[in-house]
Design a protein around this ligand. Structure first.
Ligand SMILES: *Cc1c(COP(=O)(O)O)cnc(C)c1O
Length: 401
């Protein structure tokens, strides 16, 4: 019989009762170090005291009023994002896929209203992940995700990632935007080179094509900058954010330059829940932590520590780990055995992590992680290697997630 909860996920048989910082406690008292962080989402850890007091206070006042009225929490959040990024204006929604849908609408409408209604195509990257709505499945382009859902939404074409010549060749008079993740998350923590991003920006400037960045996973402090494209010294025309923005509370955002956002006049887009007082209070609490002086530098320092610990691990366990990759606290360890068995061994060692494409183990701890917790994670991964070595027959470990 089908479970009451539609079985669209392969879930681990773990349920958590409470969390504190980078730690999660199961209902039966086991304590896990959480390097999954709700898939790069719980950016300031679990039950952060500031988040708890801000959210509980807001719940007791008002959670939702609709966008028929002024929402001071949303105005404040938008102003802070504008003050700290390339953007001049921000639209709020509820998820990453919804933010990406909005981003495509922003780009197409900006082209249409600047005299180019024929420019509707979006060039996407092989290995992309942009979400699960019908149009974002097309933007993602992975045949596995499209199967059984009918004709793909037209208007999305794909080129190899990190290949500027392929991108140049794909631009046509119908191209509206180039859409890409500066770091491909789901498909295996693949970093776009800074030179590539600079060349993409220059290509957009030459051709009038808009640069649309999906920073749903790599944004909001994850790499040690507020947004990851800052490392390349470029700015997009429009960008999506979600995952880490609410610290575990659902919120998405489309950030845009004035030239792009000015076309999104009253009635052109909407979201009933988008930017409600509770969601914006959560995101403002996240920004209170991330924008505090020295915090992002601390993220960079923690990332450097983890990099060196993980490089040691990779070097000492070549039978399990082939390579470390990523940027900041968006880390991938390419595995030799099937990644599901490595993840299961880590779970045996009380460390939670996520899998990604290309047989990569994804480590995405809360940005508030301590030095000791970084060392503890490395120790637990070492233990996982031991478990894998002891369990000669890795098949007895059940892959989860
Ligand atoms: C997770 C993710 C999405 C989809 O976000 P949802 O909130 O699940 O809709 C889109 N783009 C990227 C890069 C992601 O990592």
């Amino acid at each position: 019989m089908i479970p009451a909860l539609t079985p669209t996920y392969n879930r681990a048989s773990l349920a958590f009762e409470r969390g504190e910082g980078a730690w999660l406690y199961t209902t039966d008292g086991r304590r896990f170090l959480d390097f999954a962080a709700g898939i790069a989402t719980c950016s300031i850890g679990h039950a952060h005291p500031h988040m708890v007091s801000e959210l509980t206070g807001q719940i007791g006042r008002v959670m939702h009023v609709s966008n028929l009225f002024q929402i001071p929490q949303a105005i404040r959040l938008a102003e802070r994002l504008v003050a700290n990024s390339f953007a001049d204006s921000v639209f709020f929604c509820n998820s990453g896929a919804e933010a990406n849908e909005g981003m495509v609408k922003f780009a197409r409408r900006a082209q249409a209203l600047s005299g180019h209604p024929e420019r509707t195509d979006i060039i996407c990257m092989d290995g992309a992940f942009h979400g699960r709505t019908l149009a974002m499945l097309s933007a993602t382009g992975n045949p596995k995700y499209l199967e059984g859902f009918g004709t793909p939404v037209p208007g999305f074409v794909h080129v190899p990632f990190n290949d500027i010549e392929a991108l140049k060749a794909a631009i046509t008079p119908q191209t509206a935007a180039i859409m890409l993740e500066p770091i491909q998350g789901e498909s295996g923590i693949k970093v776009a080179s800074p030179d590539y991003l600079k060349a993409v920006r220059a290509l957009c400037d030459e051709t009038g094509v808009l640069l649309a960045l999906d920073e749903v996973q790599c944004g909001v402090g994850r790499t040690g900058k507020l947004f990851s494209h800052e490392w390349a010294g470029i700015t997009p025309d429009v960008m999506s954010a979600a995952k880490g923005l609410g610290g575990g509370f659902p919120i998405g955002a489309v950030l845009a330059t004035e030239a792009v956002a000015k076309n999104m006049t009253a009635g052109t887009h909407g979201a009933t829940f988008g930017g409600n007082p509770l969601a914006c209070t959560a995101a403002n609490a996240v920004l209170d932590v991330l924008l505090a002086p020295g915090f992002l530098e601390q993220v960079q320092a923690r990332a450097a520590l983890l990099d060196s610990l993980l490089d040691d691990l990779v070097q000492n366990a070549p039978a399990v780990f082939a390579e470390r990759r990523g940027l900041g606290l968006l880390i991938g360890l390419r595995c030799v055995p099937p990644v599901g068995t490595v993840q299961a061994a880590a779970q045996e060692a009380d460390l939670l992590c996520v899998t990604a494409g290309e047989n990569v183990l994804r480590l995405v701890p809360p940005l508030t992680i301590s030095e000791d917790e970084c060392r503890e994670a490395a120790a637990r991964l070492k233990k996982a290697v031991q478990i894998l070595t002891d369990t000669q027959n890795t098949k007895t470990l059940e892959p989860s997630l």
